[in-house]
Design a protein around this ligand. Structure first.
Ligand SMILES: [Zn+2]
Ligand SMILES: [Zn+2]
Length: 264
């Protein structure tokens, strides 16, 4: 939007002051600690709550991304596979990356983003992923970024695909990648969060397909909003590999561990 020169100083003043002014009239509070919000940096959370939500730090599993709890936070330690992944490697997803644990402010933020139409949450969640990617990932390691698709009627209802919004932001770091939407959901599925982990694999079985052959031979980074059992990303990766994709890794702002078992 082009701002006329005459009103530009007023516009700049508005940019700087509209949040504090709005906050004065309609106070906003952190959804975790209920403290007054003074900036709109993390939208619904104060800086302290947002920052203290646990990030995933080294050492973590080289396959499922799960931190080796007792050892985490030791900085430069090398990552290594966990016992579960050594026993039963996932044959479709090469590795899963997650920036934070699905708890506290980050979990609340993802739910607001996904179920309550809070589209601007894309920015702080993507910032979380970018900070992780800069530390741990290779910007040249992929050819395409592919969001986990929604069924068209679900996307119309929500107004956006949250994974696609995250994927768009990630192009700042994975600058050589293209955003590819050849992966589609060919039948409606129930929200995985409403199901027990044993039913999740069945819910998404055969739900994805790839249009055309643009992804043939490509290295794909698949983007989801949260990875819990790994059922959805595994099923997406199965369809991608069947379409000739060379390798698939998955990346989400958060991983939920209580029931993290990869569907093989
Ligand atoms: Zn707070
Ligand atoms: Zn693992």
């Amino acid at each position: 939007m082009k701002i006329p020169a005459a009103v530009r100083p007023l516009y700049l003043l508005w940019q700087v002051w509209h949040h504090p002014l709005l906050n004065l009239l309609l106070p906003m509070y952190c959804k975790i600690c209920h403290g007054r919000l003074l900036t709109d940096e993390n939208l619904y959370f104060c800086g302290e709550c947002w920052e203290s939500s646990p990030r995933i730090e080294r050492p973590f599993c080289t396959f499922c991304g799960k931190p080796h709890q007792a050892l985490s936070g030791l900085g430069e330690r090398s990552n290594f596979p966990c016992a579960d992944c050594r026993k039963k490697p996932n044959s479709f997803v090469r590795r899963i990356w997650g920036a934070a644990q699905y708890s506290e402010a980050v979990a609340r933020g993802i739910r607001l983003f996904k179920f309550y139409g809070k589209e601007p949450m894309a920015e702080p969640l993507a910032a979380l992923m970018l900070a992780f990617a800069e530390k741990e990932m290779d910007a040249e390691g992929y050819d395409c970024i592919v969001p986990v698709p929604l069924y068209p009627s679900r996307e119309r209802e929500r107004g956006y695909n949250q994974s696609r919004l995250l994927a768009e932001h990630l192009l700042h770091f994975f600058a050589r990648c293209t955003l590819d939407e050849s992966l589609c959901r060919i039948r409606p599925t129930r929200a995985q969060s409403t199901l027990k982990s044993v039913d999740r694999a069945e819910n998404v079985r055969g739900a994805f397909a790839v249009k055309g052959d643009a992804l043939k031979g490509k290295r794909v980074l698949l983007i989801d909003d949260v990875i819990t059992t790994g059922g959805t990303v595994t099923e997406c990766a199965r369809a991608l590999r069947r379409a000739g994709v060379q390798e698939v890794d998955a990346f989400a702002p958060a991983l939920a561990f209580a029931s993290l078992r990869l569907d093989r």
